[in-house]
Write a new protein. Structure first.
Length: 132
């Protein structure tokens, strides 16, 4: 019997395509793929709405101007691409608590959300610390 995981794209094909995108990004655009700066830029754009003067005075936003650039579009493309991939492979489903998480830690969506949020903070801190 086929499970939902069997219907997904081949990880070898997806990895090879990701590698080609990385190579062409470096050759054509002169940039390696990255995402962490886009989150900073979006945060700056939101902050501009709340307090525009504060953004102008922050050195960080002088270096990373809050604007829609290729990285922000890359993040949007990741979302759209993953949506297309999951719908074409008929594996799309909304699941607030994945089966593996539920087996290990229980059904609490709040607990999972908190762990994901803390993990995201740690990952972003590391990425920004590495200037990535």
């Amino acid at each position: 019997m086929r499970t939902i995981e069997d219907k997904g794209w081949s990880p070898y094909l997806a990895g090879a395509l990701s590698g080609l995108v990385t190579i062409f990004s470096a050759l054509i655009a002169g940039h390696f793929l990255g995402a962490s700066t886009s989150f900073v830029r979006v945060a700056g754009m939101i902050e501009k709405i709340v307090d525009p003067e504060k953004v102008k005075g922050m050195q960080y936003f002088v270096k990373f101007v809050p604007q829609v650039d290729w990285q922000v579009m890359f993040i949007i493309g990741i979302f759209i691409g993953s949506l297309i991939a999951s719908t074409t492979s008929k594996t799309f489903r909304f699941n607030g608590v994945p089966d593996m998480w539920e087996t290990r830690f229980g059904k609490s969506a709040v607990k999972r959300g908190l762990a994901a949020f803390i993990g995201g903070i740690i990952a972003m801190f590391g990425a920004r610390l590495a200037d990535g």
